[in-house]
Each structure stands twice: as structure tokens, then as C-alpha cells.
Design a protein around this ligand. Structure first.
Ligand SMILES: *Cc1c(COP(=O)(O)O)cnc(C)c1O
Length: 234
């Protein structure tokens, strides 16, 4: 068994344990394997171990990897999620090559992705990135502006609004890790009560996955625990 497949098994176990602790079904929490800085071979190894959804942050790196894997293994139906910041001149390759985008925080970017989504592909699944810790520097729409952006995105013809995503400030205390995720869950519920149809809360990474699952995450985005530390690449 390779290290990647062993790690994947361990992460899935952790997801199950955390889900059960909150009386949730493990199958309600989807694992997104964050493969940024990993090569195509590592992605292939994870895919052969049964992992099909991958998250990427850097557009150029991702497109090369997606193309390499499509050429090498067209039989594998991999699902690609863009989870990095988006510059407006980089929307086209993202609209053409990804299945999901988690980091919508401006109408302009959403509009471009919708306009550039190829007609022969299903609508692009999108989440709004919420600036849940409220820092000036971070990307993400402020919680109080989320409803307005959500309504605009929901009306765009080639996007499908799926939910909300957040990257809170790093926090080591497991109890404190839950606070921003609880606010995310409340915002999600409020927007749904206002009639916005959404089914996805993308939250939780290697260090705080359990806290996010306890607060209702439906997608956890895990890199380090699967592929190892990225320190070499920094
Ligand atoms: C890198 C990254 C992750 C994964 O982080 P790990 O700590 O390696 O699990 C998740 N989400 C986003 C947006 C990231 O950039």
C-alpha cells in the first residue's frame, strides 16, 4: 500500500469518527483532496486508491496537471475544484477546465465564469467564499453582503450556486476552531431560509477538519494529511 493510499484511508476514518460524534452520516461529508504543488503522479496514485475529487489553487499548475491526467488516463472521471484566489484575466481556463469553483467573492468574476463556461458542459458549480473572520486583507465577501451576491450568482445561466466556503484564521484550540464554522452554518441557514437553494458548506482543512464537521461541513478540503507537507515547495 502506498503512503498516499494509507493516508487517504486514515483521513476517511477521521471523517467517519467526527461525523459519528456529531450524529451525522459519514457519507454526508465529501472529501476533497487538495493536490496543489503535487505532481500528476501523486494525483493518479490517489485516484487509483479511489479518490476522484481534487482541489487546486494555482490556475497554470492545475491546467497542466488536468491536461496530463486526461491524456494519460482518459478513463478516469476526475472532478476538479478550483479553491484559490481568482484574477479576472484567469477566468477562462478555469471556466473551461473545472467542475467547481469555491472562491467566488465578486460579481465580476462570477459573471465572467458564467459567460465563459462552454455550452457543452453542465453549469459550473460554485460556492461563495465568505470572509468569516472579518479581516481586511483576506479574500471573501463579508457575511452581511453574502445574500446580495448569492442572489446575483444564482441568476447566472451557466453557474449553479451550491453553497458557501470559508478559510478562517488559523486557530489551535479545537473548541475555538468551531466558532467561525458555527457562524458559517448560521449564515448558510439564513440564506436558505431566504429561499436560496444551497447544499454545500465547504469548510475544514487538515488542522481543523473535526471542528468543521461538527459544525456541518459537507466538503472538507484536505491536502497535508493526504499528500504530506508542502514545505519543500515554499
Ligand atoms: C491548501 C488549502 C487547503 C488544504 O490545506 P491543508 O492544511 O494542507 O489540508 C484547503 N483549502 C484551501 C483553500 C487551501 O488553499
Amino acid at each position: 500500500m502506498s503512503a498516499i493510499s494509507r493516508n487517504l484511508q486514515a483521513v476517511k476514518n477521521n471523517i467517519s469518527v467526527s461525523a459519528h460524534e456529531s450524529a451525522r452520516e459519514p457519507a454526508a461529508v465529501k472529501l476533497l483532496a487538495v493536490s496543489k504543488t503535487c505532481n500528476a503522479q501523486a494525483v493518479l496514485e490517489a485516484a487509483l486508491a479511489g479518490q476522484f475529487a481534487f482541489g487546486e489553487n494555482y490556475e497554470q499548475e492545475a491546467i497542466a496537471k488536468i491536461a496530463a491526467l486526461r491524456a494519460e488516463r482518459p478513463d478516469l472521471a476526475l472532478e476538479w475544484h478550483f479553491i484559490g484566489p481568482i484574477q479576472s484575466n484567469k477566468t477562462r481556463p478555469i471556466a473551461e477546465n473545472f467542475d467547481w469553483v469555491h472562491t467566488i467573492d465578486r460579481e465580476k468574476i462570477a459573471r465572467r465564469l458564467s459567460d465563459q463556461r462552454p455550452a457543452n458542459r453542465p453549469p459550473l458549480n460554485v460556492c461563495l467564499q465568505i470572509n468569516i473572520s472579518g479581516e481586511d486583507s483576506k479574500s471573501g465577501v463579508l457575511p452581511e453582503q453574502a445574500a446580495e451576491l448569492a442572489r446575483k450568482v444564482a441568476a447566472m445561466p451557466h453557474l449553479r450556486l451550491r453553497g458557501l466556503m470559508a478559510i478562517p484564521e488559523p486557530e489551535e484550540d479545537p473548541e475555538k476552531q468551531r466558532l467561525p464554522y458555527r457562524r458559517m452554518r448560521q449564515l448558510f441557514d439564513e440564506l436558505r431560509e431566504q429561499g436560496l437553494e444551497m447544499d454545500t458548506l465547504s469548510m475544514g482543512m487538515t488542522a481543523d477538519m473535526a471542528a468543521a464537521i461538527a459544525e456541518g461541513a459537507t466538503i472538507v478540503r484536505v491536502g497535508t494529511a493526504i499528500f504530506g507537507s508542502r514545505d519543500y515547495a515554499k
